[in-house]
Design a protein around this ligand. Structure first.
Ligand SMILES: [Zn+2]
Length: 610
């Protein structure tokens, strides 16, 4: 039975371009796991989108003096370009500014309200009489009442690192615009998380055997110490999702972005299945999202950065459990509970040349820019061997060049290229016509070792231990290199071509298997290699962009078409040892990777911080 696997990836804010830290933090690990499960024949749904509503986005728009809509769409377009370039295979990468996301978020809001998990409360917030509106926390700056720092944000001081109570800020000023500010009372909805605390604790305890220790520490142990406190879920802002309660939107209030952005994982799945449905009018396909969201056996993986752990391990499950069966009742007129996250394999951060990545100082390797000089698999390789799974990692240009040349090119790339080229030349473009029954013990031993990789590498990928999985695959490539050193078919061919044929056949079969083991990490070159072997159906499908229209306008979605054209996407049972046929016709092989010059290191370092 194929498993249903939801790959849910953090929604990037539309206020900055994507850099390598973002890619290795969430998008790439999610894609590797998605591709693995697709190769296994599981039903994968991989979703995310642009977070268009947060105050970082409105601040960016204010700074540029442009409508928020223009700014978020511009960044959204660059995201789609990056993901296509790196082969991040979203079934749907959408946006939070869609009619569907509004409706789904409002239904979750109402479900929590009807189930008694909400209350309203009045608090004081900074108000600008000249602009005639309340200012969100990030819009107000002033002097820190703890350390005296003059450029403190109203909710946090970057000098002393304390979280601040906005109403205590000294000399508050609006970040944009002018005029004195005053404290005024404002009413908001709160999610009563304290009522859901026992369920959230139970939810986390049930996952303690497979959640990363870093993730559990940020969640369960935090709740045990501090408890879950109510949080506001509306705010005074004119950009965002209307509050589905009479009079609230008219009063200039919107749903708080933290509350609605996580709902995107559900709404994007629903939007995806509506797009499937509209293509051939099948009501069944329109309900397809339920396979991942109303299915206790479905496994949901959330790929996020460490700054987002609490939202995904504690707040999002609380929203889902609190909404209960009510959401489906409001949204579909049927009653069923929503599935809960299975794992939240959050990554730590990637630094750059021993400093924090900083977009504003241009201390960054930008996703789009790097693709103009390097192949996507070279970048994917380095971002995987250096993935910040358990602790922060560092992008180092010298290490990038060294690992590309010594591991990717010298170990795996050369292995595939020299065996295929040698075979192509000496066996007239065909796999040697060897009877598998005549293989020698050393040949069978090597093939058994490589076949074992489908279990061992598969288990590591299933457990989201991606660095270890890639390391294990590379070790298997080394084993093939050692086998070739011992049997030296380049000499054998001159002495005994029949013996050389057995060696080459064995090595080709091992490489054909390794191609699949490497494919989740290195999809572009694995596909190329797959073509050299003469296979006609590709390993993977391809991404494409679709214009989607609704009552809010149009938005672009990045989508994925599997090789069979099937939705949600069973690719065939490809995660298994090679069944390469003796005598199979090959295609003209070529190199898979490029060796990099040492001069790259200084050129790249000179670009930083300028
Ligand atoms: Zn301070």
């Amino acid at each position: 039975m194929p498993e249903n696997i939801l790959i849910a990836i953090a929604w990037p804010y539309a206020n900055a371009e994507i850099h390598v830290g973002n890619i290795t933090g969430s998008h790439l690990p999610g894609d590797i796991v998605a591709r693995y499960h697709r190769l296994k024949g599981n039903k994968v749904l991989m979703v995310s989108g642009t977070d268009s509503h947060g105050t970082p986005v409105t601040i960016a728009a204010d700074k540029e003096g442009k409508p928020v809509e223009d700014v978020y769409k511009r960044y959204h377009d660059t995201f789609l370009e990056v993901f296509q370039g790196y082969g991040i295979t979203y079934d749907l990468f959408t946006s939070t500014h869609t009619e569907n996301h509004f409706k789904v978020s409002q239904a979750i809001f109402l479900a929590l309200k009807e189930n008694g998990f909400m209350f309203t409360e009045t608090s004081k917030q900074w108000y600008s009489p000249s602009a005639q509106k309340f200012l969100p926390d990030r819009y107000v700056e002033g002097t820190c009442y703890i350390c005296g720092f003059e450029g403190a944000r109203s909710d946090q001081c970057d000098n002393c690192g304390n979280v601040l109570e906005p109403e205590k800020l000294i000399n508050p000023k609006a970040k944009t615009g002018d005029g004195a500010l005053e404290l005024r009372e404002t009413e908001h909805f709160y999610l009563d998380l304290s009522k859901l605390e026992p369920e959230v604790k139970q939810f986390l305890r049930e996952r303690a055997d497979h959640m990363r220790d870093t993730v559990l520490g940020e969640s369960l142990r935090k709740i045990e110490v501090e408890g879950l406190k109510p949080r506001p879920i509306t705010r005074d802002l004119d950009w965002g999702i209307p509050v589905p309660v009479e009079g609230w939107t008219e009063a200039g209030k919107r749903i708080y972005v933290w509350f609605e952005a996580v709902i995107g994982y559900l709404s994007a799945a629903i939007e995806w299945s509506q797009l499937q449905g509209s293509s051939n009018n099948s009501a069944l396909k329109k309900e397809a999202w339920r396979e991942w969201w109303a299915n206790p056996a479905a496994r949901q993986f959330y790929f996020i950065g460490k700054d987002n752990i609490f939202f995904h391990t504690s707040l999002w499950p609380a929203q889902l459990m609190g909404a209960g069966e009510k959401f489906a009742e409001i949204f579909t007129e049927e009653k069923f509970p929503l599935s809960l996250p299975y794992d939240v394999p959050a990554n730590q951060f990637m630094n750059l040349e021993n400093n924090k990545i900083s977009g504003s100082r241009n201390w960054a390797v930008w996703g789009r820019d790097a693709l103009t000089r390097y192949d996507p698999d070279a970048l994917r390789y380095y971002l995987t061997v250096n993935m910040p799974e358990m602790k922060d990692s560092d992008w180092d240009w010298a290490e990038f060049v060294a690992r590309n040349n010594n591991e990717l090119v010298a170990n795996w790339g050369n292995l595939a290229n020299r065996v295929l080229s040698f075979c192509y030349k000496h066996w007239d473009g065909h796999v040697p016509d060897v009877d598998p029954a005549t293989l020698r013990p050393a040949d069978l031993d090597l093939l058994a070792v490589i076949e074992g990789g489908f279990e061992s590498v598969g288990a590591l990928l299933d457990g989201v231990k991606l660095r270890a999985a890639l390391g294990e695959t590379l070790k298997l490539a080394t084993a093939v290199n050692q086998y070739l050193d011992t049997h030296a078919p380049w000499k054998q061919v001159k002495e005994d071509k029949a013996e050389a044929a057995k060696t080459v056949y064995t090595a080709l079969k091992a490489i054909d298997s390794l191609k699949v083991l490497f494919a989740p990490f290195l999809p572009f070159t694995s596909e190329k290699l797959h073509g050299f072997f003469g296979y006609e159906t590709p390993l993977f499908g391809e991404g494409y962009i679709e214009e989607i229209s609704d009552s809010l306008g149009t938005h672009k979605g990045l989508r994925y078409r599997s090789p069979s054209g099937a939705a949600g996407a069973v690719e065939g049972q490809l995660w298994k040892p090679s069944e390469l046929k003796a005598g199979q016709k090959l295609n003209q092989p070529g190199p898979l990777f490029k060796k990099l010059e040492e001069s790259v290191i200084e050129e790249e370092r000179a670009r930083l911080g300028k």
